[in-house]
Design a protein. Sequence first.
Length: 107
Amino acid sequence: MAAEEIEPLEFKRRADAGQKLQLIDVREPWEIAIAGLPQALSIPLNELPQRLQELDPKLDTVVMCKSGARSRRAAAFMVSRGFERVANLTGGIDAWTRDIDPTLQTY
């Protein structure tokens, strides 16, 4: 089973509707300092294997990064570890900045 893809607009629609979503940002802390989403839990990609126990595998989980590549790998890893409801934020923070919040700094 592969992780789904979710567009930023769809993620925002679900979150605004009150759906409980676990958002994981797998970028490095310096990247999040430039442009981050306050609701995201920061778990850098290289720390994910050791920190999976911090996450609830029963919750709908969305994984994000800068452009979607690292988060796609992270989502696939999570699926391989038994997480069933995982989606990759298509386009990452770059797409979020373009489609949702153009006030965020790009890098």
